[in-house]
Design a protein around this ligand. Structure first.
Ligand code: X2X
Length: 357
């Protein structure tokens, strides 16, 4: 009798353990049924379209063995976008496709892209990402338990507001602007005399609608899908800084993947990144990105000329002259004293040397 109840207990334990394990293990036993992907925006954004492309490519190239599910709008973080790297590093979330701004609380080096008026154009950005700077940032990520896979993009961030066409630092004074809760953004806008309000993206759009803030800053890949003209009449294209988007995976989990799976996922990330970058740059770099989309991905942009499109929706789009831009450069220069040491003098020099190549 005693032995029988022991068998029964063992059998029960076995059945319960299997029931607990089954939902997350595949038939092969090696892979999860679903890998969770963190992403701060929704599928309608260019960044979201890139995530979608990645998921499809991975599925195809791993013959359905790796299934990634995007959790849009930072659902897994209850909207707290700045926690993405922390939760992927500790394995609560498997992987992410996230902005360098959103990983900056864990990867301080990622603030190199947020130094105001440091990187002026796509060419400089590419030189950094594909050069030593990109490698150094992936190394810093690795040390925190994150494997960087590829560089995608959110884009050069432009400022929009409902009050006036910004041309000078004086125009920004007193403006209540929504920014991401990353300290370098608060510092930059305080330095300019604005009144920055830190808010998660998930709350920001509601805040625009209610007029709680006068303005915000984001790249066209966000401005167009969110129909920013519904809230703000003025946009100033000042390319003041850029946020790349990085595909990254929890390191412990990554290291357990067989090398053919690693290769398939990495190549998918690289290809999705090319697609997504082209979406974000379309109409901003002559025909270059539009041609990549057409020839390589057979994709036609709904709005191939984002600036013209914003104007056709009633926005006043202002481009700064070199002299006007210089006034902003001068006004924000003191921030370098505080932020370059935090980012790392070495990385800063590395970035300058990449850009000079
Ligand atoms: O929060 C933002 O402004 C956004 C959507 O651009 C990022 O996730 C950095």
């Amino acid at each position: 009798m005693k032995r029988f109840s022991m068998y029964l207990t063992c059998a029960l334990v076995a059945v319960i353990s299997m029931a607990l394990l089954l939902p997350c293990q595949s038939q092969a036993g090696d892979f999860k049924k679903e890998y969770k992907m963190q992403i701060n925006v929704g599928p309608q954004f260019y960044w979201g379209m890139g995530a979608q492309k990645f998921v499809e490519l991975v599925k195809e190239r791993t013959s359905g063995q790796i299934n990634i599910k995007p959790y849009w709008g930072s659902q897994l973080l209850k909207g707290a976008q700045l926690k993405s790297a922390q939760l992927v590093a500790n394995g609560v979330i498997d992987m992410a496709m996230e902005s360098t701004i959103n990983i900056s609380p864990v990867i301080t080096e990622a603030n190199i892209f947020s130094l105001p008026f440091f990187i002026n154009n796509f060419e400089n950005l590419d030189k950094m990402e594909y050069g030593e700077t990109g490698k150094a940032i992936f190394k810093a990520m690795d040390a925190k338990g994150l494997v960087g896979l590829a560089w995608a993009e959110n884009g050069f961030r432009q400022v929009t507001n409902s009050k006036l066409a910004i041309r000078t630092p004086a125009d920004v004074k007193g403006l209540r602007l929504r920014v991401v809760g990353s300290p370098i953004f608060i510092d930059t806008f305080r330095q300019l005399g604005a009144d920055p309000v830190n808010m998660n993206w998930g709350d920001a759009v509601t805040a625009f609608g209610q007029g709680v803030v006068d303005g915000q800053e984001n790249p066209v890949g966000v401005l167009v899908p969110v129909k920013i003209w519904t809230y703000h009449k003025y946009a100033t294209f000042w390319n003041y800084l850029v946020d790349p988007v990085v595909f990254y995976w929890n390191k412990k989990q990554w290291n357990k993947f067989p090398s053919n799976i690693q290769k398939a996922i990495k190549e998918s990330a690289e290809e999705a990144a090319i697609f997504e970058k082209a979406l974000c740059r379309a109409g901003l770099d002559g025909d270059k990105s539009l041609n990549i989309l057409k020839n390589k991905f057979n994709h036609t942009m709904e709005f191939p000329q984002p600036v013209k499109f914003m104007e056709s929706e009633g926005m006043t789009v202002t481009f700064l002259s070199d002299k006007e831009r210089q006034a902003f450069i001068d006004a924000t220069k003191p921030l370098y004293q505080k932020w370059v040491p935090k980012i790392g003098e070495g990385l800063y020099k590395q970035a300058l040397s990449d850009m000079a190549k």
